[in-house]
Ligand binder design. Sequence first.
Ligand SMILES: O=c1ccn([C@@H]2O[C@H](COP(=O)(O)O)[C@@H](O)[C@H]2O)c(=O)[nH]1
Length: 246
Amino acid sequence: MNTEYKNMAGRLIVALDYPDATQASALVEQLQGIPCYMKVGMQLFYAAGPDFMRNLKARGYSVFLDLKMHDIPNTVKGGAESITRLGVDMFNVHAAGGTQMMQAAYEGMNNALASDPSLSKPIIIAVTQLTSTTQSVLNEQIGVEGNIEDAVVRYANLAASAGLDGVVASAHEVPSIGKACGRDFITVTPGIRPAGSHLGDQARVLTPGEAIEQGSHYIVVGRPITSASNPREAAEQIIKEMMNVE
Ligand SMILES: O=c1ccn([C@@H]2O[C@H](COP(=O)(O)O)[C@@H](O)[C@H]2O)c(=O)[nH]1
């Protein structure tokens, strides 16, 4: 396996959005040997829980636990402590919870790290505006005025000032986030659709190659892989497209 392939595959986060461990494990089997990140979201975590996370870690995967915590600071602190104890590599909170809540996540993580030196520090990121949110939904339903990109950058600045490592945003907003928070501030971008694939409920979308071109550190891909007739081929095609970016 050459280094460029390994590096690019490590920037692909596969969303295991399945109702149970059996179906998720079947996909993991099909992708065996591809050194991608695996993402466990609410659907799978609520069904298969910590055991499934440990199983992924035992198989050698980097794991992103995508539970998007948004609660009072004390509760998020406790949640972050428990999540860190699972040994995950990345987890997230909603930036809309505010600075104190994001700092509480950091504190919870530090409590876990202090109590168990075998744990490594996970990346903590904040969700800015969901990639399914359109400009009109933001203004007319959520009640946030102004441009969606400005709202995303505002949240990114808030996350950076709270000491978090990065944000979840659409790849469209990555250059502006980089300008505001620095290029090392991690951008994790869902809303990725290979050319010609169904958008589904995603609104702010780019292709894998376009997202890498924009400077995304990680891209998140679910259905274009999980619903493909050959998921392994779909994942390999995405990595190839990522590698072809100059
Ligand atoms: O703004 C966000 C935050 C998280 N997600 C998650 O990413 C995947 C995307 O799945 P697709 O099937 O490729 O649409 C999914 O798990 C979401 O919960 C997001 O899409 N947007």
